[in-house]
Design a protein around this ligand. Structure first.
Ligand SMILES: *Cc1c(COP(=O)(O)O)cnc(C)c1O
Length: 822
């Protein structure tokens, strides 16, 4: 967290009356009592919400928050006399004033985005496109309101070169306040539609209000076909960068737009030159948003060619989707935080990508603030549901219930509120299906989610799918054009999941997947994965399954080659794909380099086999002291490839680079790379700590019991460890059967509780272990972090004298996996 202000200083900035008990540095602004991250360094603003913010003060104080901004005249409880209170006329303007001051301390380019739809998507995509060149700070999630914007701006620090912030309004007068805080230098106007019209007299008034955001920008990017006619008039004097399909005068003139399966190709003219870009989306809204991002990045001077490649890898953005295992073999997608027709479409797309169950159910609440009349709105919703082939709809809320007849669907149920649905839940018999929960916040669908999700013992491995995508994109961005990518998903994707990970990779268009054994490949096929899959160790007994599921074997020996060739049979009409493994020094599996001649002969006699690829594996690509050896492996490999290619007379894919080699030896990328551990956010090279990777997995457990223990008493099996002083221990719900290795016992391992490290004490048991928490404030049931992005797997591996691969793949299957998608 960047250095911030002392409470004294903040008080001065706000020109406030104050009651300062103790000067402290403030790092976090807090507006929601449920989101405390570092209580001692947080400043709480008592805003008016459903409940008056002031009423939260006692409980916040109990949780360790000592700094408060409060409204003049409010009652400050006597017993809180050692807390700091800054007294202001109005609390929200104070928050905004502080944010504006903070913003004014930095001289950076700031893009502000407004419009009716697509603000968050455009913000996230701009971030994806621009953050490889610049240090970018952006609004978290959809923080675009009168309180969201200040919290976003508070994140700016000295390293940032570019800020990207969204601004949303629902009432006249609000935009001026946002403008004064954000002080944007560049504006982006997204799709302008009827949403949130309620607070305004008419569209024109609302447009005028929105454009106030741009009154001081030096450049405004917008789609002139899409913007209402009034826009141009309102913008007098502003420098603009326009997009149009109709007007040749536009800065980005779109000539043609062609849809293919899963992607859209756009041809356009920019500064007199033709440009082509292809995006991995086909829906109209995504194309429109992508055009805006393309134009903005071009306007900022991004190299068109580099930009074109980045456009191809744009990720789907959604607010917060969580995929969990449900009871009765269901999967539950939890999106209970917002509901509008766009985010519904995003969630339905995500649902569509889940192939594990054929049956799909949507639980949907009333949709607020659509700006549409309710019959029109639900007609649109109904069309969307039909298009996405939902089998069952459960509508919750008065309005959706009134529109029951709009839905042409086999099975539908309606409930006036969440309570009544909860009562009937058992009768609805959820089984073997994927359930999407989509509701406005006030419907509290998380109550439904809790019941539908599987309860296990409380140790979970959280998988951050955004981090996975981020890592994938990082590696994609360092690949030379045209180089294919094979993602290694062996051993349950290094312990992180199976079809869940493969599904995301398929959606993100990797070229190949690789698994270790045939049954892993079969499981992926059964879950609807259609990408080509290579099997590293096909064995001799599962050829039929292999072929039946269109899996492609690695062939590493003459024995395997001959047996597989005879299984396929010379009469086979279509040649079967195989992958040849060459041993260039690893000495594990593979043909020797001097066996190439003989290998080619066998292949020539067996035209029923087609060599799809030839590859080898590097033994020490991450380690600088073996670089010479790595280069020898590479040279030997290329030599063999040339020989095979000449003799066989056709081309095949050549690949040798694993994660470390991708970044350390760009010249070894050849036709394809095999990305493994890096995908999961770990860089194992000894000299190349890439900080662009994000750890994908976090292992969390909790405290079952706390015990006071006296000095000299022993802890756990074999009485191996004892308390040095009187203190306290916590028994936590994880043991070696979960994959927490026994070597972590007796103080070798540490876990994070409430931000502090607690060492293990005594041996690790099968299902539990003990931590010394004498120095930490804890309560039973507190969350305990075994590893995450702060306590890294790399550190654990070091403590255990092993490598991150082993820590990850050891986490047992009984540990529930929870997938996040934000
Ligand atoms: C596991 C594996 C990889 C991936 O290695 P990382 O170091 O995890 O990138 C690549 N190739 C083969 C043959 C493998 O078995």
């Amino acid at each position: 967290m960047p250095g911030r202000y002392s409470i004294q200083k903040i008080s001065e900035i706000l020109g406030a009356k104050r009651s300062i008990a103790q000067d402290v540095a403030i790092e976090h602004l807090l507006t929601d009592s449920r989101r405390i991250s570092n209580a001692a360094k947080s400043l709480f603003f008592a805003l008016d919400g459903k409940r008056d913010g002031h009423s939260f003060i006692p409980e916040l104080y109990a949780a360790g928050v000592f700094n408060f901004v409060v409204k003049e005249g409010c009652q400050i409880p006597q017993e809180l006399n050692n807390a700091n209170f800054i007294v202001v006329k109005e609390v929200l303007p104070a928050l905004q004033q502080l944010a504006a001051f903070h913003r004014s301390q930095f001289d950076l380019e700031v893009i502000a985005i407004t419009g009716s739809n697509g603000k968050t998507v455009v913000k996230e995509w701009l971030y994806q496109l621009l953050s490889l060149d610049k240090n970018v700070v952006r609004s978290p999630k959809s923080y675009n309101s009168q309180t969201g914007v200040p919290l976003s701006l508070w994140q700016i620090d000295a390293q940032n070169e570019l800020g990207i912030f969204e601004a949303g309004i629902s009432l006249p007068g609000e935009m001026e306040r946002l403008e004064a805080m954000i002080k944007p230098t560049i504006g982006v106007l997204t799709h302008f539609a009827a949403a949130h019209d309620e607070g305004f007299i008419n569209r024109n008034e609302k447009l005028k209000e929105k454009l106030k955001l741009f009154k001081n920008v030096h450049l405004l990017v917008y789609n002139q076909d899409q913007a209402p006619e009034e826009t141009a008039r309102e913008l007098n004097g502003l420098k603009t960068f326009t997009i149009s399909k109709k007007s040749k005068q536009a800065d980005l003139f779109v000539l043609e737009q062609e849809t293919f399966i899963g992607k859209t190709q756009i041809n356009a003219v920019f500064t007199g030159k033709k440009l082509v870009c292809s995006i991995p989306f086909t829906d109209e809204a995504s194309v429109e948003n992508a055009l805006l991002c393309w134009a903005t990045a071009l306007a900022l001077g991004t190299n068109p060619e580099v930009l074109g490649r980045r456009m191809e890898t744009l990720n789907a953005v959604s607010m917060r989707l969580e995929l969990k295992n449900g009871t009765h073999n269901c999967s539950v997608i939890d999106d209970s935080y917002n509901s509008d027709i766009n985010s519904l479409e995003i969630a339905l797309n995500f649902l569509e990508r889940q192939k594990q169950h054929p049956k799909k159910t949507l639980i949907l609440s009333d949709i607020y603030q659509s700006g549409l009349k309710s019959d029109e709105l639900y007609k649109q919703v109904s069309a969307l549901i039909q298009q996405k082939k939902i089998d069952r709809l459960i509508g919750v809320g008065e309005e959706i219930s009134e529109n029951e007849q709009a839905f042409q669907i086999q099975e539908k149920h309606f409930f006036p509120n969440t309570e009544s649905l909860l009562k009937e839940l058992p009768q609805l018999q959820f089984r073997d299906e994927t359930i999407l929960l989509k509701g406005s916040r006030s419907f509290e669908f998380e109550r439904i989610s809790r019941i539908l999700s599987q309860k296990t013992h409380e140790t979970v491995l959280e998988i951050n799918l955004n981090a996975l995508q981020n890592n994938l994109n990082h590696y994609k961005s360092i690949l030379k054009p045209g180089v294919k990518l094979m993602a290694m998903v062996k051993a349950f994707s290094y312990g992180s999941g199976s079809f869940e990970i493969a599904g995301i990779l398929q959606f993100n268009k990797v070229d190949y997947l690789a698994v270790a054994y045939v049954d892993e490949g079969v499981a992926l096929r059964n879950a609807g994965i259609t990408l080509p899959i290579m099997v590293l160790n096909p064995g001799f007994t599962a050829f039929a399954e292999l072929v039946q599921h269109q899996l492609e074997p690695e062939i590493y020996s003459f024995n395997l080659l001959e047996r597989y060739a005879s299984f396929i049979g010379q009469k086979s009409v279509i040649p079967s794909p195989i992958h040849l493994k060459i041993d260039t020094g690893m000495h594990r599996l593979g043909f020797e380099t001097d066996e190439a001649e003989q290998l080619c002969q066998v292949l020539k006699n067996n035209p029923q086999l087609q060599v799809k690829s030839v590859f080898s594996h590097l033994a020490a690509s991450g380690s600088a002291k073996h670089d010479e050896f790595t280069r020898q492996q590479f040279a030997a490999f290329q030599q063999v490839c040339r020989q095979i290619e000449t003799t066989l007379g056709y081309a095949f894919i050549k690949h040798i680079a694993n994660t470390s080699a991708i970044s350390r030896f760009p010249e070894m990328q050849l036709d394809m790379v095999r990305l493994g551990i890096g995908l999961y956010g770990i860089d194992t090279s000894d000299d190349q700590q890439s900080n662009l990777l994000q750890p994908v997995a976090a292992l969390k457990t909790s405290i079952s019991q706390l015990k006071k223990v006296k000095a000299g008493e022993t802890i756990g099996y074999s009485r191996n460890d004892e308390m040095e002083k009187d203190g306290q221990i916590a028994t936590v719900r994880i043991g070696y059967a979960d994959g927490y290795l026994r070597v972590f016992g007796n103080g070798n391992g540490k876990m994070l509780i409430n931000g502090k490290l607690a060492p293990t004490i005594g041996h690790i048991s099968m299902d539990m272990c003990m931590l010394d928490v004498s120095e930490i404030e804890v309560e039973e049931d507190d969350e305990v972090i075994v590893f995450n992005d702060q306590l890294r797997i790399e550190t654990l591996a070091q403590q255990a004298g092993t490598i991150p691969y082993e820590i990850l793949t050891n986490i047992s299957q009984r540990v529930k996996r929870v997938y996040f998608y934000e």
